[in-house]
Design a protein around this ligand. Sequence first.
Ligand code: SF4
Length: 433
Amino acid sequence: MAGWFPVGMLAAMPPTPHTTPEPGEARIRDRGDACPGALRLHPAEDGRLARLRLPAGRLTSRQVETLATAAETLGDGRISITSRGNAELRGLTDDCGATLAALLAEADLLPSPTHERVRNIVASPASGLDGLGRADVQLWARDLDAALCAEPRAAALSGRFLFVLDDGRGDVAGLGGDVKLIADGDGTAVLWPGGPQVFRLAAADAVRAALAAALAFLDAADAAGTGAWRPRELAVTHVPDWAGALAAAGIAAEALPVPPAPFSAPPGPGALGDGHLYVLAPLGRLTAAQLRALLPADEVRFTPWRGAVVVGAGPERLRDLEAYGLITRPDAPGAGVTACTGRPGCAKSLADVRADALVALPAALPGPLPVHFSGCERRCGHPHGAWVDVLATGTEGDSYSVDGVPTPRTSLSEAVAAARGPATPTHPATPTR
Ligand code: SF4
């Protein structure tokens, strides 16, 4: 059985190490990283929650079927796509952990139980499919995943540590990664290892360089002893010697002045390249039937914009997918609209934001800005860049603010439409929050 492991491993996930801060440095946190995973189920109001890391969002046909089956037989029948292109299952029963783990392992969705929460890799979803981009970073993502899982020390990374691999088109470079690789011309790549230092190196060394940078961060975090989970949390006195780490790994790298990050809008739903499709999940969530409707496909790639690239599917499939309730057109009302879990799944929520979004959306015209509905000020899963902030504010679930303007629930459609702006095909270029 591929990827199988003893059930005893379920409780043996490595804790985030606690070390002592150096004199003069305050601890950032004293708790370990409690990020949910496939083996560490999180108790929520609607049952247990599992978060499955899918490097580059990639699923084989068999894995699509497994995910749909797991959602139907163990959970609430739905699959959420996260802002990192991972998958979440909700409404899981308290005692389903071993069954879920066995299902996922059987489908090669748990290649390393000790590393399952650190396989956070976002990569340009259309890379290698549409002729854009300077390299196929989907291949880099697979190599990086294998390298991470083969490196025991990498299991100590936080479940929040993120690798971002952009093929040069700029679609994911702005998504806030901790270690970023951007494909450049002439067989090179640019490495941004989480600080104001950037290195150019051979594309053939890109994956090894990303891993070396992550391990250098771990060494620096251990030395600092402040409980940092991400490079940006390290004090300047503990910024890793990135150049030294690359040299120690045998990687030739040239330090560069920090360039502006490339930017391009995410793909709109519809046909993609030659013989592929892109669809969005309504409010970022798929039913098991909607997920299965993506098949047949050579593979499916979940995206950070809560959609799915369907590799090897022609435009004649769009009509069927729309009939399943998937968003297949950029001008569909739900395009670009997401929502957090809200009531009843999250105890912190002031409203059933998903239900309110569904009521408001048919009357709210699509616009250039993404929209995110949040049940409380944590704003879980909000988009990067500029977006319309729809926040529940009233304890009775009847009042909101839209970009800070108090708005009764009954006026959400008009307020969201006004905040989104005219439906022109533009996109914000500068991250603002
Ligand atoms: S934003 Fe608040 S209400 Fe929504 S899921 Fe996060 S914690 Fe819960």
